[in-house]
Write a protein that binds this ligand. Structure first.
Ligand code: FES
Length: 110
């Protein structure tokens, strides 16, 4: 279901705190994270060697760490800690305990 460009992806209860989950949203590979009360959606393809493991990264200081070689990306905007472009971040909405993501563009910003 799509609402104003937002696609319903899952129930809030399907996410575990501080653990990522991978979704294909309109063919966009998305890593979704729940950090306490906040939900973040980032592109799941690492700009380093294009592995699709971001969803499996550990969380540290507001960043997700790519499990392949340790590149870090800020959850709030996908940028690297030094401000360089990293991962695209996607708008998220929580409606009636379901999560909606607006991810329609397969482009990356590498
Ligand atoms: S592929 Fe992500 S850090 Fe190398």
């Amino acid at each position: 279901m799509i609402t104003n460009g937002f696609t319903k992806v899952c129930a809030l209860s399907e996410l575990k705190n501080h653990e990522g989950k991978r979704f294909l949203v309109n063919d966009v590979d998305v890593a979704l994270f729940k950090i306490n009360e906040d939900i973040f959606a980032l592109n799941n393809i690492c700009p380093h060697q294009h592995t699709t493991l971001i969803y499996n990264g550990s969380i540290e200081d507001g960043c997700v760490i790519c499990p392949a070689h340790g590149w870090k990306f800020q959850l709030k905007n996908g940028k690297m800690p030094d401000g360089r472009n990293g991962l695209i971040s996607y708008p998220v909405k929580l409606i009636d305990n379901f999560i909606y993501i607006k991810a329609e563009d397969k482009n990356t910003n590498w």
